[in-house]
Design a protein around this ligand. Structure first.
Ligand SMILES: [Zn+2]
Length: 109
């Protein structure tokens, strides 16, 4: 029995256009290296680890490198910027515009 692993696309753009969907299962044949490219669309993929916190961290830093900004709601009007770049606030408060990520800096990257 070969183990079956779950993979997810490293890019949300590809995840939306891939025929296999954002996540897919792949049988790991003995001796094969883990997939780094999606066999369906050729885009970069990550093997999903069972510890979801690890996967989220990796996934978020890839999002950031791709130029995405991802906010996770932690409380009413309060969001954690999980893709924050240097100088960005960790928490974005809807009522405090000074905590918003600096888009100018992101675009200039
Ligand atoms: Zn794909």
């Amino acid at each position: 029995m070969s183990p079956v692993y779950c993979y997810c696309h490293a890019s949300e753009e590809l995840a939306g256009s891939c025929p296999a969907g954002p996540e897919f299962e792949w049988e790991q044949v003995a001796g094969d290296l883990p997939l780094s490219r999606c066999p369906h669309c050729g885009g970069p993929v990550e093997r999903m680890l069972s510890a979801s916190s690890i996967r989220t961290r990796k996934f978020n830093c890839e999002l950031r490198d791709l130029g995405f900004t991802k906010l996770v709601r932690v409380d009413d009007g309060l969001f954690e910027n999980v893709t924050r770049r240097h100088g960005d606030e960790k928490y974005v408060d809807r009522r405090r515009p000074e905590t918003f990520p600096d888009l100018k800096k992101t675009v200039a990257d």
